[in-house]
Design a protein around this ligand. Structure first.
Ligand code: C2E
Ligand code: CA
Ligand code: CA
Length: 533
């Protein structure tokens, strides 16, 4: 028989319910929807009266709370969970972390946290197997109180999950001010059209959780469509009827052994002084700086070749936005448009940034698809810095500059230089250039081939004198000419020099190039064979 008990009946039966296990625990798995592995489970209280049958939490929990009995019931649940975990550990069955609900009325009980810690010790359960779910509405009782309870829980090492996030109270602020380790987002509070406003709120919350580096679990997920949607916006942890209703211990044990396990990604540890939490606070100085003073910037997470953009500023959109709006960019990755080759350059740079813990730079080309102009290629210079890491992923901050125009100019220059070199080859001339500041000389192809000069010669002219390309008895005159050019005294020199060991006579000419402020920059040298008429 199933009859809803009234308040009087519940109060009368409560002691028996605790003592004889009429109040017991069911377990609902938490699953990584991307991998199908189990990441944990939630312990949910049930009351099965021997005569009246099953009672539901929505009926009896408010009654227990009102009558100050929830505390005892919650401790009973916690103890049952410890007993279960102990059994698993004794039988060498690897358990998953089990989260236990903490009523907001437990928060008023000064000794609740100590009590559960005592139970944990009594059954000798490693604390990593026990999580505590605290509901968002607990904050109604005052932030200081909740904060102090969270601190107590953390001091003992319990992972704290914020339950029913989004149910209303003050969501964003609560999250900002409370140190929770996991966020549980209840789909039922935000249901309706996931493509519309509901979806916008959900994806904003998921984004925010990511900026905070806090793992997020979607609760109450009933359909594959919902789960896929959540995954698509970056929330892969799912708890709900889609995977399993809350089930009794034996059934849960079977599921737990059947499925593979994996840990939930822990919160990001920020490696720099930057507080990522402030990045989503629209009024923070960090946001102001991010948006206004730093040029194009992006924050993204990275794990084994996969990256996900978490945040971009307006200038990023302008630099490489390709006509996309922010939301569209957030759905892409920072590799967008890169081919294998450029991708490799980028990921190598990420690795360097991880290794050096310093800023690293790379230039990569990507194909962009602009809605108005069709396809185009752009070159982006990225200054990349790692700002956070977990056991399993990294957080990066990159400043980007679109350097396509600069690159194109350079390429054109390179092209014309190449043509120039071909022309020299045709004209029977040996040519080279010397960068005065660095004393680096670059010879033409013919010099390299006929005179065996390497493609880059350092410490010019000393090194070529030593190599006897310029004969030693001409070294002094030769050095003088170079000095005169270097100091800008003359614009050009011309002399006949017997070159190489064979002393073959050449006209050697130098021309000076100055920079825009008139300082000597380069000299161009050429040598042509002296032909007797
Ligand atoms: P909650 O902590 O938000 O627990 C999740 C509730 O969602 C559970 O209801 C679960 O059975 C239900 N649920 C899970 N997946 C789905 C789904 O896909 N669709 C739908 N429609 N529902 C789903 P339940 O077990 O009835 O518990 C209701 C509430 O009672 C809990 O909400 C929690 O606030 C409270 N509660 C349950 N057990 C305990 C406990 O041991 N201690 C305390 N203090 N409160 C508890
Ligand atoms: Ca819960
Ligand atoms: Ca919940």
């Amino acid at each position: 028989m199933n009859k809803r008990m009234n308040e009087q009946e519940m109060l009368a039966c409560f002691d028996d319910a605790i003592n004889f296990g009429h109040i017991f625990v069911t377990y609902q798995p938490k699953i990584n929807h991307s991998t199908g592995r189990m990441i944990g489970a939630e312990a949910l209280m049930r009351w099965s009266h021997p005569v009246y049958g099953m009672q539901y939490p929505s009926d009896f929990i408010p009654v227990l709370e009102k009558n100050d009995l929830i505390y005892r019931a919650d401790l009973a649940v916690f103890e049952s969970v410890c007993v279960f975990l102990r059994k698993c550990l004794d039988e060498k069955i690897k358990p998953v972390p089990i989260s236990v609900n903490m009523s907001r009325y437990d928060i008023y009980r000064k000794d609740y946290v100590e009590k559960i810690e005592k139970l944990r010790q009594k059954y000798d359960i490693p604390v990593k197997y026990l999580h505590v779910e605290v509901t968002e509405t607990s904050a109604i009782g005052g932030m200081e109180l909740v904060s102090s309870v969270l601190k107590q829980l953390h001091d003992y090492g319990f992972i704290v999950e914020m339950d029913d996030f989004g149910s209303g109270y003050s969501s964003l602020n609560v999250l900002k001010d409370l140190a929770v380790d996991v966020i549980k987002l209840d789909m039922r509070f935000l249901s309706g059209d996931i493509g519309g406003r509901g979806g916008t709120i959900i994806s904003a919350i998921v984004q925010m959780a990511k900026w905070l580096g806090t793992p997020i679990i979607a609760e109450g997920v009933e359909t594959l469509e919902q789960a896929d949607y959540m995954k698509s916006i970056g929330c892969k942890y799912i708890q709900g009827y889609l995977y399993s209703k809350p089930v009794v211990e034996s059934e849960f044990l079977e599921k737990m052994q059947r499925l593979e396990h994996e840990p939930m990604t822990p919160a990001m540890v920020l490696t720099t002084a930057m507080d990522a939490g402030k990045f989503w606070d629209p009024s923070s100085m960090e946001t102001l700086i991010f948006n206004n003073f730093v040029g194009g910037a992006v924050i993204f997470s990275y794990h084994e070749g996969k990256a996900e953009i978490l945040r971009v500023n307006k200038k990023y959109i302008r630099e490489i936005g390709m006509n996309m709006i922010e939301q569209e960019i957030l759905e892409t990755d920072p590799f967008i448009g890169m081919d294998e080759f450029n991708r490799k350059i980028f990921t190598d740079t990420l690795q360097r940034a991880i290794d050096s813990n310093d800023e690293e730079v790379c230039e990569t080309w990507r194909t962009v698809c602009s809605k108005t102009c069709g396809e185009d290629k752009i070159c982006v210079r990225s200054f990349i810095r790692m700002i956070g890491k977990t056991d399993y992923q990294y957080l990066f901050y990159a400043m980007v500059h679109n350097i396509t125009a600069e690159k194109r100019q350079f390429n054109e220059l390179f092209e014309s230089e190449r043509r120039f070199r071909f022309a020299i080859e045709q004209a029977n001339v040996y040519a080279w250039e010397v960068e005065l500041a660095t004393k680096i000389m670059r010879p033409c192809f013919r010099c390299m081939r006929d005179l065996n000069i390497p493609s880059v010669v350092r410490n010019y002219p000393q090194s070529v004198i030593e190599n006897k390309i310029f004969p030693p008895d001409y070294a002094e005159t030769f050095r003088k000419s170079v000095e005169m050019l270097e100091s800008g005294e003359v614009e050009q020199t011309e002399e006949i020099v017997p070159m190489t060991v064979g002393k073959v006579p050449f006209y050697v000419r130098y021309t000076l190039e100055r920079d825009e402020s008139g300082r000597p920059l380069k000299v161009y040298g050429s040598a042509t064979l002296v032909v007797d008429d």
